[in-house]
Design a protein around this ligand. Structure first.
Ligand code: ZN
Length: 404
């Protein structure tokens, strides 16, 4: 296997084996024909890029995506804060254009629209792009790549801000994508991308590995990538999104002074060994001991006659359940807030997704929180007040097991 950015050989360091597509929830009649695909991760010693050994065709992964971002109030507040911050920092006004790549149902763009800034969304999930267009957020139902960028440029599209949250990790043809970004970026414009930080993998947050995430970025690898198309990372921030993310600011080399944050984080990465294969090889053992610890805990609770339900079925949760072998052997049921998932079966583990109200009906003793990155939000949800009052407990499984 050759590196998708620099074409040097990559070495596998962690494998989850055959996994289902974790965002493909199933109707009952689809369970029998469910497909699984190899899921393993490798490292390129030449450009430091951590990436999947094999990928699944994007058309299979993203055309009917079930995730609608506007389901969480916290997420909408986050979008507003991002729009306010970037509009102020980049001095955006009513003449400016913001292009969002993987704009989903338009939650982020709608926050820019409220600031009277021009917007354009691009999202390959036709069903979700339709929802956005119906809400007045202009959205192209397309994959973003160099070819589309050239078409947009020919039509006069030049962006003051290109924004992409959780997209950089998803695109197998990453050099082509980066060239596309350069094509529609104004000379003085900025591209901002936010994505899960590689550091998480080394901290046992292994459940961010799934087929949609082709890349697990360090700043080292990203600096090389953008340099290869003639752009520069001029600032970087660490954010708590998705259990630990990086936000990078990219522009033409002379457009902005490079912040000291860039060299500082690169130094930290070199000290932590992000440029060495051995650093990644240590990951496997750590994840195995986390698995043993969680299974022991669930088995002990079951042997005491206690009941356990899983709270929410995010992609990462489906990876954890499948890789650890947790299904109805330990779980009584699973709930999710999203109406789009309720009534369907979880990928690989085939648990029927129930509404949140099932918790007050069935009164489980423990909730396994699979969206552990927002555990604080979950524990304090008004919908779970009754559950807590009854003495219900929460198990947070990653990065270290915690019972609340
Ligand atoms: Zn490489």
């Amino acid at each position: 296997m050759m590196c998708r950015a620099c074409n040097s050989p990559i070495t596998e360091f962690f494998s989850l084996g055959q996994m289902p597509l974790v965002n493909s929830f199933l109707k009952k009649e689809e369970i029998l024909g469910e497909e699984k695909f190899n899921l393993s991760v490798g490292f390129c010693s030449n450009c430091c890029l951590v990436q999947l050994m094999e990928t699944v065709a994007p058309e299979k992964l993203f055309r009917d995506y079930i995730y609608f971002s506007s389901t969480s109030k916290f997420f909408l507040e986050h979008c507003r804060a991002i729009a306010d911050e970037l509009a102020a920092r980049l001095k955006l006004n009513s003449d400016s254009l913001v292009v969002e790549i993987a704009s989903n149902d338009g939650a982020q763009l709608s926050a820019f629209k409220d600031l009277n800034i021009k917007i354009l969304g691009i999202d390959p999930a036709a069903n979700i792009a339709k929802v956005a267009n119906n809400k007045g957020i202009p959205t192209l139902p397309e994959f973003f790549n160099y070819e589309l960028a050239q078409k947009l440029k020919a039509e006069g599209t030049q962006a003051d801000l290109i924004f992409g949250a959780n997209v950089l990790a998803h695109v197998p043809g990453i050099t082509d994508f980066a060239q596309g970004v350069k094509t529609i970026l104004k000379p003085g414009g900025t591209a901002v991308f936010e994505f899960p930080y590689l550091l998480g993998l080394l901290e046992k947050k292994f459940d961010t590995i799934y087929h949609e995430h082709v890349f697990y970025y360090s700043l080292l690898a990203l600096r090389n990538l953008w340099q290869s198309v003639g752009l520069e990372v001029y600032d970087v921030e660490q954010t708590p999104m998705q259990g630990g993310s990086l936000k990078i600011f990219v522009a033409y080399p002379d457009a902005f002074a490079v912040s000291g944050n860039v060299d500082k984080l690169i130094d930290q990465e070199l000290q932590a060994g992000f440029d060495k294969l051995t650093t990644y090889q240590a990951m496997s053992d750590k994840v195995q001991s986390l698995k043993n610890e969680l299974i022991d805990l669930l088995a002990k609770l079951k042997s005491e006659g206690l009941s356990i339900a899983a709270y929410s079925a995010p992609a990462k949760g489906n990876i954890l359940l499948n890789f650890f072998g947790i299904n109805n052997n330990y779980l009584d049921f699973i709930v999710d807030k999203s109406g789009a998932k309720q009534g369907l079966y979880t990928p690989g583990t085939h648990l029927l997704v129930e509404p949140i109200s099932k918790i007050d009906e069935a009164k489980p003793d423990y909730l396994l929180i699979l969206c552990w990155n927002i555990a604080d939000e979950i524990v304090n949800m008004p919908e779970l007040a009754e559950y807590k009052k009854r003495g219900g407990k929460f198990i947070i499984p990653v990065p270290a097991i915690k019972i609340i």
